[in-house]
Design a protein around this ligand. Structure first.
Ligand SMILES: Nc1ncnc2c1ncn2[C@@H]1O[C@H](COP(=O)(O)OP(=O)(O)OP(=O)(O)O)[C@@H](O)[C@H]1O
Length: 256
């Protein structure tokens, strides 16, 4: 059990008739990067929100670092953090003030040292004293990531971490996150529909459609199983439901 960071069993979230998450079970190994991959409305954000305790599941179980999240989430939350484009920070406060508030909330000790470190690593120096509300979308994304890393989380949940970044910055942030994972041994779970991102970062991929898990595995294994040359083609097979053996090229070739 010690090498499991996240264990989810038969997790469901319903909104009236909508089954946003429909009975999913999965585990995420400690010190790995796992990607939740799925089209719009597949249930990725809902899954992350339940893992964080922001949403109550309709049914099912979630254990993080062996703790039952529905009963004891405050035991685990200090070891976690998350980053999502849907979360905003106070607009009138400067970047430095915003990070300072979160650092105190998290009970950090050497607050200025940690903020300085992150400002350096994520290249925030030029706008640390500016009101957060005046930043561009990409700059806000980097500040939000700094906020998520303040407490050096052992488990980091990321919802579309590079959604509003230009290709150069996005690439550097991916590299930075992978480096953070290697340095700290943290576990990362990211929701994305950016295939090259998932292919580059993910040790494991969980593919979701309509609230269910339709396939999973390391990117190279998935690509091989579907007889495709990249994850984008696998995703299109899954999204367009070409996942029956008679329709998946590799399996069809094997049968011939
Ligand atoms: N508060 C809500 N009330 C009703 N339905 C909701 C609510 N939140 C999410 N849903 C529905 O649940 C389903 C899953 O949504 P979710 O946001 O988890 O998908 P997603 O995979 O993150 O999609 P995207 O890639 O578009 O962000 C969708 O059909 C969505 O419309």
């Amino acid at each position: 059990m010690n090498d499991i960071a996240i264990q989810v069993e038969a997790l469901c979230k319903r909104y009236g008739e909508v089954r946003a998450v429909d009975g999913i079970s999965f585990t995420v190994r400690r010190s790995s990067i796992c990607a939740l991959l799925g089209g719009n409305g597949a249930g990725k954000t809902t899954t992350l929100a339940m893992l964080l305790g922001l949403l109550l599941p309709t049914s099912g179980r979630i254990h993080i670092f062996g703790e039952d999240m529905l009963r004891h989430r405050y035991r685990v939350l200090p070891r976690m953090n998350f980053d999502s484009p849907y979360v905003d920070l106070p607009h009138r406060l400067s970047v430095a003030e915003n990070l300072g508030i979160y650092a105190r909330l998290y009970g950090l000790r050497r607050i200025q040292v940690r903020i300085g470190q992150l400002a350096d690593e994520l290249d925030l120096g030029a706008f640390m004293q500016r009101p957060y509300g005046t930043l561009s979308a990409g700059q806000k994304t980097r500040v939000a990531l700094a906020k998520a890393l303040l407490n050096e989380p052992e488990l980091l949940l990321l919802d579309e971490p590079t959604a509003s970044l230009d290709p150069d910055t996005a690439d550097r942030i991916r590299g930075y996150l992978m480096d953070y994972q290697r340095r700290s041994g943290a576990t990362l779970l990211l929701a994305s529909h950016n295939m090259p991102e998932v292919e580059r970062m993910g040790d494991d991929v969980i593919m979701m459609r309509d609230g269910r898990i339709v396939d999973r595995g390391p990117p190279p294994a998935l690509i091989q199983r579907y007889g495709r040359s990249n994850l984008e083609e696998v995703f299109l097979d899954v999204a367009r439901r070409r996942t029956e053996p008679e329709e998946a090229p590799a399996l069809r070739r094997k049968a011939e």
